[in-house]
Write a protein that binds this ligand. Sequence first.
Ligand code: CA
Length: 392
Amino acid sequence: MATVLADGRAAWERSGHLFVVADGMGAHAAGELASRLAVDLIPHHYAKQHQPRPIENLHRALIEANNEIYRRGQANIEFRNMGTTASALAILPEGAICAHVGDSRIYHLRNNQLEQITFDHSLVWEMQASGGVAEESVRSGMIPKNVITRSLGPNASVLIDLEGPIPVRKGDKFLLCSDGLSGQLNDEEIGVFMRILPTQTAAQLMIDLANLRGGPDNITLVIVEVVGEGVVTSSQVSLKIPRLPVNESSFKVGFAVVAAICLLASAIFMLVQQQVAALVAAIAGVISLIVGWIIYQAQHMQKEDKGERYGRAPYRRYVCNADAALVDRLAGTIQALKEATVENNWTKAGETLERLRKKGEDAAKERNFTAAVEHYSCTIVETMRLIRDTKQ
Ligand code: CA
């Protein structure tokens, strides 16, 4: 992953704060090289681009990264066809923008609402989107979840999804993560942890939980929390692009003048009893008016089209509240951890676990699920920290 914070206000206004998560695929060394190249190359090329809109710069940066990863893959048999997911988020004065390929996700949390703002380029999602698959066959695991349909590197060209700009408010949080996280935790859990816990605790807890649930894959995540007014999207920021280079106003006026001359000529021909010429001039005038109007409409629509948001985010939306089921799941995890501390004689971790768990149990009894999640989360994070210390 890469996090590149703008160095000062002017730099932020130009290219914002940038965050990238990449998850390599293929043979171990190849996947590692591909994801390493992506997180190095995307910020590098993003900073070098000079397109009118930052989202175009970000798009270009992913294309450049693809070119380089593909080239390196072709040059060395060991790295042939290496690939990586890439999800990039930039927070700018116009809002948050994303460029994305693969199944690493970007989520946006506001209050208790979590939205996934990237579309998974996975077999499961693509099949669901095409309507060719029933929910049950997805849930039963008939379709492999880890097959991705697009990535950076294996091919000379790649289609990049663009999203945004999405207005940013104070208190908003964004999560970028690999499927090592989203495959082990469900979206509601992710939303609750991000909402309730301090950011650092939420990040550690989510990694610990994904590992405790089997951790079949490596886990990468970045949480972006909007703490100051400085990066909040002002309502004055226009989402429109700079005006088109065509001088459209003189263009429109040109058609209007031609129409006026034709209609005037038509009137004069009528006065001098030249009916045929009058008719021809009138028709020319009307055509000129219609053509001018069509061109005006087309330009107008094109402007609005380009000025609006890219992408169709959000793709999924969840309301995230701590509930009894989540509290029970965490209690179960803590019980399993407890048994592990006894079995391995991790005395200190075991004592800490008992002490912290008590507070969670009390809150759960009072049906204060938010407090219970808080205490249970601290129990897991703290116990895991002590276990790691013991094992070192
Ligand atoms: Ca993965």
